[in-house]
Design a protein around this ligand. Sequence first.
Ligand code: NAP
Length: 321
Amino acid sequence: MGHLKLMKVLVTGGSGLVGKAIQHVVREENGAKEGEEWIFLSSKDANLMDMGETRAVFEKHRPTHVIHLAAMVGGLFKNMKFNLDFWRNNVYINDNVLQAAHEVGTVKVVSCLSTCIFPDKTTYPIDETMIHNGPPHESNFGYAYAKRMIDVHNRAYFQQYGRCFTAVIPTNVFGPHDNFSIEDGHVLPGLIHKAYLAQKEGKPLTVWGSGIPRRQFIYSLDLARLFLWVLREYSEVEPIILSVGEEDEVSIREAAEAVVEGLGFKGEVVYDTSKADGQFKKTASNAKLRKYQPDFKFTPFKQALKETCTWFVDNYDTARK
Ligand SMILES: NC(=O)c1ccc[n+]([C@@H]2O[C@H](COP(=O)([O-])OP(=O)(O)OC[C@H]3O[C@@H](n4cnc5c(N)ncnc54)[C@H](OP(=O)(O)O)[C@@H]3O)[C@@H](O)[C@H]2O)c1
């Protein structure tokens, strides 16, 4: 029996945007290999802020591999309001998960950082070596510092115990099963929801901010496919940025236009410049990813966005919003 036959993968945060995409790839795109077992957790299985519950769920499943996604997550406006909660909740979750994985002898953990945790004042493009080079943007410092500490954990587990605990750094993720909350969600799902309502009510679509900031977006299904590759083949402890290329960065205005197209929105689009813009840009380099995966094909942005809009319309009643 080969090594892969023995893989038992526990996915924390398995019910969220990224977790559902990994479920899709594993179950519907033949992403799982023969003999592998995949377990997807939600907060109903264990509150990972609690060490007792975290230990119990790790003892129960004794995973050989972990994809650690569970986190308190939110868009700009939720981050600005709850920096303390973002810091504390995520620090507890990450410390509990990594320690419980260590205690049951998990050989590999892939955690999830984010490009929005990088220093605010930096040179571009951002790369994997720059995570700790300066303070993050003040809007999300609680989330950013908590996420940065995962990298500290990973290096320390390797140094002290030789564990292969690593992390990926995705840019802004979007796709089916996102949180479409207008107040608390990320920019794209918030825009999709607002455009959907504006269409129904015959009102203009109001985009928060100037529309000028620029972002790289990654489709959750592309991220899921890359996660499987990292889990199986990437052997560095240092994190790796998972992103489309620098040339694929779009402005919020272009993103709003793609939402308008994806939903077939016919009304007027206005920009509310009294609302915050957040970081102007956080352009990330995917050179390291391209070194390992020169041929990986990302789903074109407009196609992925259209699929997401269609999913939202089809699942409006049950979607998180
Ligand atoms: N979305 C993005 O743009 C983005 C970008 C970069 C990185 N990331 C990272 O990607 C990972 C997944 O994000 P996502 O967008 O998929 O988030 P999400 O849709 O909000 O899902 C969060 C997941 O974490 C679980 N969770 C939250 N608190 C928990 C707790 N106390 N105990 C146990 N489980 C808990 C949730 O369970 P329930 O469903 O039961 O609540 C859910 O499965 C996160 O680590 C996030 O930081 C996201």
